[in-house]
Design a protein around this ligand. Structure first.
Ligand code: FAD
Length: 317
């Protein structure tokens, strides 16, 4: 089923879902299952699986460094198929512009269709680690909106290099990303919202937000989005803070602010066990308020660790 169909079926009840990151290559999928198992009692209708773009690795050989390109966490689609099969739940692979040519994207989407996976998150991706800004891959897309266009073309039987007379069209439901505190590269929140509207006007079916720790930011963002005519579901993405280092890391990596009360609570902790508890309690409070606000889904960034998400879901769902 499509994400939007799950939302419609829930008829106003807030759904639980979460996002997982594929394990690094060489690791076993069992570790992933061990993290998913405890969350299945909360009946997620869909689970997102992130995609990582390519990166450089440096291999030392006789004192010289050789630069090779690799993917540290391959396998998003395989993992989606495995989870769908094992848990009988819908999965949402993340599809990126960065690191993929349009042809590679087409093959991935064709494979999704064969596997009965009809939800995708269309994302631009970030710059590679050594780059200071995003550069489109040769033969790839520059913005997520172009990816939305490609996916919708496929829904109409328009492949990159041919129009197929077929009787089994793709029918992808498309999610796109949004940033209640603005995307880092955007000159203003208003300008970023206009870009979001372009993705929705192109045909994106729903939106998932970047994490935030202050619900007011989400509420204002949703109001501003509605004011400019964005009328698709806007799913809040949230994450429990778990270690004191997150006070620096989260603003640095995700360009978000942390509320003063949360900072104070974390700073008064004696160790990371206490910080983890503060993070859980903050996230429970956030979740309850967001349900009160009427959000369609609470989407948790699990970052490969499910025990705190389980504690939150237990007191919220
Ligand atoms: P876009 O919508 O293309 O926007 C990127 C920037 O360009 C924005 O500043 C926007 O305002 C601007 N812009 C858009 N269109 C134009 C235009 N025509 N002209 C000028 N400027 C324009 N990253 C991963 O690598 N893997 C993942 O699995 C992943 N999952 C994510 C899931 C969610 C819910 C979110 C919120 C983010 C995720 N990301 C992931 C991170 C995402 O790839 C980055 O934030 C990336 O920098 C932007 O992606 P986007 O799809 O929002 O880009």
């Amino acid at each position: 089923m499509k994400v939007t169909e799950h939302i419609a079926k829930a008829a106003g009840k807030t759904l639980f879902s979460f996002e997982i990151i594929p394990p690094k290559k060489g690791k076993n999928i069992q570790e992933l299952y061990d993290n998913i198992d405890p969350l299945m009692e909360f009946n997620p209708p869909f689970i997102d699986v992130t995609t990582s773009r390519e990166e450089y690795v440096y291999i030392e050989k006789e004192g010289l460094f050789d630069r090779k390109i690799t993917r540290m966490r391959p396998g998003t689609l395989g993992i989606c198929a495995a989870i769908k099969h094992k848990y009988n739940v819908d999965t949402v692979p993340h599809v990126l512009c960065g690191g993929f040519t349009k042809e590679e994207t087409e093959y991935l989407l064709v494979d999704c269709h064969y596997l009965g996976i009809n939800n995708v998150m269309a994302l631009r991706g970030d710059a590679m680690k050594h780059q200071s800004y995003f550069e489109p891959t040769n033969g790839g897309h520059t913005y997520a909106k172009e990816l939305v266009d490609q996916i919708l073309n496929l829904n109409k039987g328009r492949y990159l290099h041919d129009v197929m007379e077929i009787d089994d069209y793709c029918d992808f439901c498309i999610g796109v990303a949004a940033y209640p505190e603005k995307h880092i590269e955007s000159p203003s929140l208003q300008s970023d919202l206009k870009r979001l509207k372009e993705k929705v006007d192109a045909g994106a079916d729903y939106v998932v937000t970047q994490m935030f720790f202050d619900n007011q930011k989400y509420v204002e963002f949703v109001n501003a989005a509605r004011n400019i005519g964005i009328d698709v579901p806007i799913i809040p993405g949230i994450k429990p803070l778990a270690i004191s280092r997150h006070l620096q890391l989260l603003p640095q990596v995700f360009k978000i602010d942390l509320p003063e009360d949360l900072i104070k609570a974390v700073e008064s902790c004696k160790n990371n066990k206490e910080v983890r508890q503060v993070g859980i309690e903050w996230c429970i409070q956030q979740s309850k308020e967001l349900i009160e606000f009427g959000v369609p889904v609470l989407h948790y960034y699990s970052m490969g660790k499910s025990s705190n998400i389980k504690a939150i879901a237990k007191s919220v769902f």
